[in-house]
Unconditional design. Structure first.
Length: 357
């Protein structure tokens, strides 16, 4: 996670001192004369104006900043605009208006040559469909983006072998895609995107085509890779359970607009609208809520000797407390006691079915 998220308030957009990439007032309208109609409405066309003009507002006034090393998940139902937004961030789809700042450079003002260099050297992309080249081996598929850069073949293969081992495919370098399982093919896609050592990683539902068991294994592998590589990641999913496993923060989209941005815990505790509340209603609270959310604040008195981090999820501490009458101290990142937690507080989360906290 970023060292200081206070520089990236959940509800604000725009650049910040720690932002790796940010979008400001980003729009993507599909339809004839979209740019002219957008301008005619002062850059703020409402739903009625879009409908009257026969335009689809796939992305509407999106603003957010992603910190270096952060996993920023964008989620929503089918047709909410999440994949369009991701493709606008790399300009695979041209936005209608707005600003995309990547390392302080506005990508919408970048030349085609500059953009190509950024994609080749600084962006890694993984999509739902693996898009592997069937006539190339695993090694050749992973080395392919490096060869496009004009790198020496021996250096390409050396780097490709490194990332193949990193994603757990060592020994399968000479296999062809048809000889691999779905999970293995997706690992090849991940390795290929990592071969160029990207500064930012764009992932569009990378595991949704996989069977549930393989999908969970790939999520575990993804988190292992992130613990090693600390990439800045934008991750698209429609699965809230997946989102809470991987996200530092989540943006929820509806009809092209970002409805709310926050940590998984903040979205559950403080939904900004009925839509967000309904979206998160069936999520098991024990997976999302941390010790900090349910603790009794420290009053300065004596505290139990047993300690747990304030970030520990209720799910992970339930066994320890449910079968014991012992309370524990909750500590912050500096080791200071900020509260206490007891059996009843944990039981309240586990047994409530109405989403209350």
């Amino acid at each position: 996670m970023p060292a200081d998220k206070t520089l990236l308030p959940p509800e604000s957009g725009g650049a910040s001192p720690t932002a790796k990439i940010s979008c400001n007032g980003l729009w993507k309208l599909f339809g004839e004369n979209a740019a002219q109609i957008f301008a005619a409405h002062g850059g703020k066309p409402g739903p009625e104006a879009l409908h009257a003009a026969g335009l689809i507002g796939a992305v509407q006034d999106a603003s957010f900043a992603i910190a270096e090393g952060e996993i920023f998940v964008i989620m929503g139902l089918s047709g909410s605009g999440k994949s369009t937004l991701l493709r606008c961030m790399s300009r695979l789809i041209e936005p209608t208006a707005g600003e995309i700042l990547f390392e302080d450079q506005d990508l919408l003002k970048a030349s085609e040559k500059e953009l190509t260099e950024i994609r080749r050297h600084k962006m890694g992309m993984v999509f739902q469909h693996f898009a592997l080249l069937p006539h190339l081996t695993v090694l050749a598929n992973v080395a392919f983006p490096l060869e496009i850069q004009g790198i020496d073949k021996r250096a390409c293969e050396r780097r490709a072998l490194e990332v193949i081992e990193l994603v757990g495919l060592k020994g399968r370098e000479r296999y062809y895609p048809r000889e691999l399982s779905g999970g293995q093919q997706q690992r090849v896609g991940i390795a290929r995107s990592l071969a160029v050592e990207p500064d930012i990683w764009l992932l569009d539902e990378p595991f949704s085509a996989l069977d549930p068991l393989i999908r969970r294994e790939m999520q575990d592998e993804f988190m292992r890779l992130q613990s090693v590589l600390r990439k800045t990641i934008t991750f698209i999913t429609h699965d809230f359970d997946e989102a809470i496993r991987v996200a530092d923060r989540i943006a929820i989209m509806k009809d092209g607009a970002i409805i709310q941005i926050g940590t998984p815990e903040a979205l559950v505790l403080n939904p900004a609208s009925d839509y967000v509340a309904e979206f998160t209603r069936d999520i098991p609270r024990a997976k999302v809520l941390s010790a900090r959310a349910i603790m009794i604040p420290h009053d300065g008195g004596s505290t139990p000797d047993m300690r747990i981090s304030m970030h520990t999820k209720v799910e992970d501490l339930a066994d320890k407390l449910v079968n014991s009458e012992v309370s524990v101290s909750v500590i912050d990142d500096q080791g200071g006691v900020v509260g206490t937690l007891n059996r009843q507080a944990v039981l309240d989360v586990l047994v409530r079915k109405d989403g209350a906290t």
